[in-house]
Design a protein around this ligand. Structure first.
Ligand SMILES: Nc1ncnc2c1ncn2[C@@H]1O[C@H](COP(=O)(O)OP(=O)(O)OP(=O)(O)O)[C@@H](O)[C@H]1O
Length: 261
């Protein structure tokens, strides 16, 4: 049986200020995949995600989500998407209860249903006592949990996350990793970016490495491992992005720090 890919991107190119930041991306993602989308700063990760979310225009090539070209003008596919951006706007004068009820309603849930679901998810994360406190009093990890809940409240089929484990303690990380793997087992597709290579190595069912707007590696960690001598994702990353200057840069940096001026 032919199954429609959740994401299908063909020859995606995007230019900013006369320079191509995406130089022909081709990728297909099916249900149940946890895709770690990695690459150096400025490689084009956020741009790819923004295009999929319908936030960046002017690209060439085609992008289909849930089998429909997003350029067809129908934004309803966004109802089935969850998203936590890198620098997420979290209205911190609101309580988690107010914020999550509001975001749940934006996704079409009734206020009562959103509040009911959010309160149970908050409780599952161990934050019950803080549910009615202003989020300005929250720690970084607590905020991250609220953001994660807000992206999942409407039970989306495709979830985009930027640094999903950012700010979480080791125990919370374990929980969130487990949640992501269970969501994937339920057929959800998780597309996330992270710069923390040992996390990407462990939680991804597929890793896509992008460099200067092109995909330079795509596969399970076990398939990519052989591409570097060390057999680590960090090694693969350094090797395929042509980076071998860390020692020289560190030497220069420290010697400038130590200069007496
Ligand atoms: N709105 C914009 N206008 C002009 N240039 C942009 C814009 N957005 C991104 N760029 C440029 O496009 C390139 C790719 O940026 P992008 O944010 O996609 O990288 P990234 O891989 O997500 O990086 P990071 O790991 O630092 O988040 C960069 O050179 C960036 O300066």
């Amino acid at each position: 049986m032919h199954t429609v890919p959740m994401i299908a991107i063909q020859d995606l190119r995007m230019m900013y200020d006369g320079r191509y930041v995406l130089q022909g991306i081709d990728l297909e993602a099916g249900k149940g995949q946890i895709i770690g989308y990695i690459g150096p700063n400025g490689a084009g990760k956020s741009t790819t995600v923004k295009i999929m979310l319908g936030l960046a225009r002017g690209y060439t090539g085609s992008v289909s989500i849930f089998g429909r070209d997003i350029a067809d003008g129908d934004p309803s596919y966004k109802q089935r998407i969850g998203y936590v951006p890198e620098v997420a706007e979290l209205y911190e004068t609101l309580t988690a209860s107010e914020y999550l009820t509001f975001t749940g309603e934006l996704y079409g849930l009734s206020a009562a249903a959103a509040d009911y679901k959010a309160s149970r998810l908050i409780e599952a994360f161990g934050l019950k006592d803080a549910y009615h406190s202003r989020m300005s009093t929250y720690s970084k990890g607590m905020r991250q949990k609220v953001l994660l809940i807000s992206s999942l409240l409407h039970n989306p089929d495709l979830v985009f996350l930027d640094e999903p484990l950012s700010g979480l303690d080791a125990n919370s990380m374990l929980i969130v990793k487990e949640i992501l793997s269970r969501l994937a087992a339920e057929g959800k597709t998780i597309f996330y970016s992270s710069h923390i290579m040992d996390i990407v190595e462990k939680i991804s069912s597929r890793i896509i490495l992008i460099n200067e707007g092109r995909i330079v590696a795509d596969g399970h960690f076990s398939e990519l491992q052989g591409l570097s001598e060390q057999g680590t994702l960090e090694g693969v990353f350094n090797q395929l992005t042509g980076f071998d200057r860390h020692e020289a840069i560190a030497d220069e940096f420290v010697s400038i720090v130590q200069e007496v001026v």
